[in-house]
Design a protein around this ligand. Structure first.
Ligand code: ZN
Length: 315
């Protein structure tokens, strides 16, 4: 089963709930895991013998570990073939508990080509009661040979009212703004912390100032992950284009005034061109040769746009 949809809407949580339900030894009338049987005890502790999780090594390190964050940005972002090969033990012996066996793969697009090939035969002809749950937000990057062997479950963004109500119950202070910033994905909205909002606010203040100094700003941002800064600027560029075309903004409703001013300045064509430039940079942001130069290029490009010049395209 390929569970696909936008990032930050709870696909992994759904896959885990489904895995727990399949492994549970006395599921409720609706099929959900009971939470109290032996199997549920094991899944709760993450050590059920009939369950395997395949994910890139970088995902299993803590978010706040700087060295690990560096590793996460630079590599270890793929599921290595050894993980896929290690499944043969799970597949060749029969189920420990006589029930289902589950392999959860997240995110499935991080399977490298060797790992994917090692899985193909089992995806095609899984042993009885063996389930492969693949979770993906960039499913167009999946190998066609993988995709064609899966049943696909496409999950949409939840309606804004439902997501907003859920965020308020989680205690998110400005649920509407957080949801807008996350493009409507509630789990992503809930994950933005105080530091995120503070840094984003300072960044948007800086680029909204007339004649802002791109190099000084790049210097101030040197400790921020380049991907985060690029994300802010991508949302900003999208809103510039949207405002130029429709008079509305999407991601940054708290900055409508500054967006209107900048959008009038750069125009629809300039905004779209810059957005395309930023989107292209997304492909290299996780392995920039030099993060400092990357940020300088990005911000010089935006400063040039405000002056009516075409963005620099060094990368
Ligand atoms: Zn149970």
């Amino acid at each position: 089963l390929l569970i696909r949809g936008p990032q930050g809407i709870g696909k992994l949580a759904l896959a885990r709930a489904l895995a727990n339900a399949l492994l549970c030894e006395s599921p409720g009338p609706d099929g959900a895991a009971c939470g109290t049987c032996v199997a549920c005890g094991w899944t709760g502790q993450g050590n059920h013998p009939d369950f395997r999780m395949l994910e890139p090594p970088a995902l299993s390190v803590p978010e706040d570990d700087a060295a690990a964050a560096d590793k996460r940005e630079r590599g270890a972002a793929q599921i290595p073939v050894e993980q896929a090969r290690a499944l043969s033990e799970l597949i060749s012996v029969s189920s420990h508990r006589g029930g289902a066996r589950i392999v959860l793969i997240h995110p499935a697009e991080s399977l490298n080509v060797h790992a994917a090939n090692a899985l193909l035969k089992n995806l095609e002809e899984p042993p009885p009661r063996m389930y492969f749950l693949l979770v993906s937000h960039r499913w167009h990057h999946l190998l066609p040979t993988i995709k064609s062997r899966c049943q696909q479950l496409a999950l949409p963004l939840p309606p804004a009212a439902v997501a907003g109500a859920w965020l308020r119950r989680q205690g998110v202070p400005d649920a509407e703004l957080a949801l807008a910033q996350a493009g409507g994905a509630p789990l992503m909205a809930a994950a933005f912390d105080d530091d995120y909002w503070k840094q984003r606010g300072e960044f948007l203040d800086a680029i909204s100032r007339k004649g802002f100094d791109a190099l000084a700003l790049a210097e101030r941002l040197r400790d921020q992950p380049p991907g985060r800064v690029l994300g802010w600027l991508q949302r900003w560029a999208f809103d510039l284009a949207l405002h130029a075309a429709t008079g509305k903004v999407g991601y940054n409703p708290d900055r409508t005034k500054a967006l209107a001013a900048a959008s009038g300045n750069v125009g629809l064509l300039g905004a779209v061109r810059f957005l395309r430039h930023v989107v292209r940079l997304q492909r290299v942001v996780h392995h920039p040769l030099n993060p400092r130069l990357f940020l300088e290029d990005l911000l010089l490009g935006y400063a040039a746009l405000l002056k009516g010049e075409r963005p620099i395209q060094a990368f």
